[in-house]
Design a binder for this molecule. Structure first.
Ligand code: STX
Length: 313
């Protein structure tokens, strides 16, 4: 199974969701099809024409948006008035604007965190959940990727991320990056942003993908991605406690859900998908044997497209 062909937009626009934030949204596919909302990762990652391609454009009305502060949304890289609860209500604003009652929610990585949180808050609005590379923003998951764990598997990429921070601050890299992403001059911020962003770009695929790594080094992308991720992670995703999603899963256990997880996902290791499935046994857990984190790993594409095809009917 491959991605569907590239398709043009039917409609797009901006919605002012706060005194500060203006959110980009777009529609493609069949205007009379089943609505699906694509929830991107990061947070701070943004959507692209390729992220429309997981859905049969004859069956689906495909809605995408760039979350606060990233992609085409403005102001870029802004973390004021930017929390999980704000993003959930932005999805509701877009749903109302487009006069949609109910939609499928599709999200990977941070997109899975936000999709699950949205479904818990608004279960009556969700037909199905298609989730990939599960991320629940628990302390151990953040520690694994930003402090110790992934470092052992990608020692080469780690060296660049780690050595950017002076030795005396390396015991708490996330905090050290926060100081540099939000302080100093713009050039210093950009340098920190590129180091943070390229670390994730370098570890996302089972076989490193040079084009993806280059894209994560882009100034506009890197600044938004790094600042927004760091802001959400320093604030524990704005969850009351780190098990909030797992503890509220009963609210969504009636929703048909597919969980797709690459066995060699180094950004969001499989143990999190396993923990989710343990409290949500009705969901279908698909472990993809030869895949890492990215939605665009060939075997992950197959599993995702099979899931959206199954739910298209
Ligand atoms: N962040 C995981 C995440 O949501 C810890 C993510 N990782 N890479 C991405 O998102 C992009 C593909 C959007 C760059």
């Amino acid at each position: 199974m491959m991605l569907y062909p590239e398709i043009p937009l039917n409609n797009s626009g901006f919605i002012q969701v706060s005194g500060i934030h203006n959110i980009y949204w777009e529609e493609s596919g069949n205007p009379d099809g089943k609505p699906v909302i694509f929830v991107h990762g990061g947070p701070g990652g943004g959507v692209s024409p390729d992220t429309r391609r997981f859905f049969n454009p004859d069956s689906y009305r495909i809605i995408q948006f760039d979350q606060r502060g990233c992609g085409k949304s403005t102001p870029n890289a802004c973390v004021e008035e930017n929390t999980t609860w704000d993003l959930i209500e932005d999805m509701e604003s877009i749903r109302s604007l487009l006069k949609i009652d109910k939609w499928q929610v599709f999200g990977g990585s941070w997109g899975s965190t936000l999709a699950l949180s949205y479904a818990i808050k608004h279960p009556q609005r969700v037909f199905e959940l298609v989730l990939r590379g599960i991320f629940l923003l628990r302390k151990a998951e953040l520690q694994w990727f930003y402090q110790f764990g992934a470092s052992q598997l990608f020692a080469d990429a780690w060296k660049d991320y780690y050595e950017f921070i002076p030795q005396e601050e390396r015991h708490d890299l996330m905090h050290a990056y926060q100081k540099r992403l939000f302080g100093g001059d713009k050039q210093q911020q950009l340098l920190a942003a590129r180091h943070w962003s390229v670390w994730e770009g370098s570890t996302c695929h089972m076989i490193p993908n040079d084009k993806h790594i280059e894209e994560t080094a882009d100034d506009h992308f890197a600044l938004a991605f790094s600042r927004i991720e760091n802001h959400y992670f320093m604030n524990q995703g704005f969850f009351q406690n780190e098990n909030w999603i797992l503890e509220n899963i009963d609210k969504i256990r009636h929703i048909p859900t597919v969980i797709i997880q690459g066995r060699y996902d180094v950004v969001c290791p499989m143990t999190t998908a396993y923990d989710l499935h343990a409290v949500f046994p009705e969901s279908e857990l698909i472990i993809v044997p030869e895949a890492g984190h990215s939605a665009f790993e060939p075997n992950i594409i197959t599993a995702l497209v099979e899931a959206t095809n199954k739910f298209a009917k």
